[in-house]
Design a protein around this ligand. Sequence first.
Ligand code: PTJ
Length: 262
Amino acid sequence: MVKIPDSHPRKKSLLSRQMIVEGSDRGLLADSAMIAHGRGEAFDYLLGERTTESAESAIREAAARLRSANNPVISVNGNTVLLAGKKALRLAAFLGCPIEVNLYYRTPERISGLLSLLEEQRILVLEESEPSGFEGDWRESVRNVTLLGSSPDFRIEGLEGPRSHCTEEGIGNADSILVPLEDGDRCEALVNLGKEVIVVDLNPLSRSAKMATVTIVDEVSRAFEGMLADLFANPNRVPTEWDNASALRDSLVEIAEFLSES
Ligand code: PTJ
């Protein structure tokens, strides 16, 4: 691994790239994962590489909805586990919900490799200090996060092929699903099944962004961090009447404002 000096102005971005390259070398990512990452980077530039005000509102809404759900689940793909797997585990521990590895380009090797990586990340989370303000046994909650995806026994209706395979215990039974870097068709199919779909996507123009119940237009690692902070600070926040189309318009205005100031 190349050592990136702390003083490098693009350190964060280079570290993310390195994680994606290493994940790819380990066979954990889809062939097109780097294309997806590059597209995300381009939109992040346009957003000023920060969590915008509209993303902050979406983060608060997402946190409230996941906390109020009866059966929330966090669905993760390759890029998400590489970039934000530990944060997904902390979120799942807080919410008491499972994490399901659910891939667009599904192979048994990738599923088992990503589940193993999540197990490694769980050990790292357990080694870290406990967050303050959590009611209950934090380490027990981290240990109790169920990792699903290896034995699919359910199909997402209205979707063709391997990407429709999921588990009944996770996505099948879920009333609210957090899905970063989702594809538009699957998002639409999940919404059509009556599920609340919370998408994280840096591209406010993507089909998933438009189809979702709540779209967080932010980088996945920042979005998870923001949700965690909000859950700890405001554990009793309740969902609002959310107008996702209006929130997406706000994010486009924020891009335009950022560009005009640059
Ligand atoms: O691991 P798999 O098999 O499920 O495959 C995953 C990829 C990402 C390859 C697959 O889902 C795919 O091709 O995705 P798309 O259609 O390229 O969409 C990815 C979306 O995520 C794009 O709109 C990107 O802008 C956005 N994106 C990329 N990186 C990030 C991101 N959004 C948030 N955070 C990121 N780090």
